[in-house]
Ligand binder design. Sequence first.
Ligand code: SF4
Length: 313
Amino acid sequence: MHGSEDDPAVQDSASYDEEPERGPERRHVHAGGTEIVVARYAGYCYGVERALRLTGEALEGAPAPVATLGPIIHNPSVVGSLEERGVRVVDDVTTDVGTLIVRTHGVSPDVIARARSRRLNVVDATCPFVSVAQRKAAQLREAGYAVVILGERDHPEVVGLQGFAGADAVVVEDASGLPVERLRGRRVGVVVQTTQTRANLSALAAELAPVARELLVFNTVCDATEKRQSAACELAEEVDVVVVVGGRNSANTARLAQLCQAIEPRTHHIESAAELRPEWLEGAARVGVTAGASTPDEEIEATVRALLDLCGE
Ligand code: SF4
């Protein structure tokens, strides 16, 4: 039997351009006796590139002033240079702006409704991967499931997801946070913050399976996150030191650092090349570099150049 469009079990057809399956090869550069290896997938993802393009287009023709609802991406240098070009950052819907850009993390539907009711021009840069998770959350709620969101409680994406999942939705950061007695014997549906790890999702599903009467799990971890995480783990297995570049407030960058750290304890999360320390490289024959989905190529390149300088000394 085939499900209908309203059936939450029906998968969304992908409405975005996925990154190529194999992707670029790793990049290897040498300095002194050290090899620097850049992960196959590192830096800007599809959703971030799209949001920055939409912001650039808004600056050229949309009603001014243009503002983003929260920083457009979790990268201070990119946000700073957009501010220089006139893009303001606001933390709530305000009538002081002409155009309001919703960032990749998305927002609760009532936020967009509020902005439109105030006649603001809304540019919705919600990443299509996040939109899928939002739709799944709403479908689960409408179908009467107890909705569980796996993600960081205060992360804007998770706050937005809650707006779709309803006030009764449960947010947990890992399996240990599940309110098991409240979910026992119920129909439970799960959606996942797009930047979570598969391992965290697997542990949650294993905990819920014997508890729920029915369990419907949507793996809404995004394609770009999975590719960056697996490329980072592959790299961490093979090098002596890992450098992860990206904003400290970037969830996906922090997760890359966590995953790498579990494999290679000599892992360092930096926001900029200036933070690199020569002592981190002592005795290292291979240094791996990876970067979160909100890290510009220039910052990856600056890190590689700084490593080359340090290793060549
Ligand atoms: S990390 Fe994934 S969900 Fe987030 S913006 Fe990039 S592609 Fe979209």
